[in-house]
Design a protein. Structure first.
Length: 160
């Protein structure tokens, strides 16, 4: 029994470690339809979205690293559509590395109120698929396995 318990605890530890590795990138808490802005243009973009009643979220970023991290969430979330009006160089570099997101990433190097409005509407009206985020699926499976293992341990203890 002691050897079995050690084996079960070892498997449980390995499963928990793999769960940490899978979730290391972090959970995306931003909306799927969004605008990447900064302090210089964020309020202008937000005012246009509000004035025209466009259902889109405007996020103000303060560094290229934050923007790159946000863009990486597009790789795992096929529902994420982003309009970039700041940090265009970072977005261009990301697009060169990941051309598969080109249909969901719009980069505006020069813009006026009209082009902002048109592109925000394009992002807001883009269709989304009902695919399940792979991270959520993996985490759910891991939790189910852990619960089943704990149940098995308790059953083995109660039999003796």
């Amino acid at each position: 029994m002691n050897n079995r318990l050690i084996n079960i605890l070892l498997i449980l530890t390995i499963l928990m470690a793999s769960l940490t590795v899978l979730s290391a990138h972090g959970v995306d808490v931003t909306n799927d339809k969004m605008v990447i802005a900064d302090d210089n243009n964020g309020q202008q973009v937000k005012d246009i979205a509000d004035k025209e009643n466009i259902n889109i979220s405007v996020y103000k970023f303060t560094s290229k690293d934050e923007v790159a991290h946000q863009l990486e969430h597009m790789l795992n979330n096929s529902n994420k559509h982003i309009l970039v009006v700041s940090y265009q160089d970072t977005a261009q570099e990301f697009l060169k590395s990941h051309p598969e997101v080109s249909d969901r990433l719009i980069i505006l190097n020069q813009y006026d109120d009209k082009s902002l409005s048109e592109n925000m509407k394009k992002i807001a009206d883009s269709t989304t698929t009902n695919s399940i985020d792979s991270n959520i699926l993996i985490i759910s499976v891991m939790i189910i396995i852990i619960v089943l293992m704990i149940g098995a341990i308790l059953l083995l203890k109660n039999k003796k």
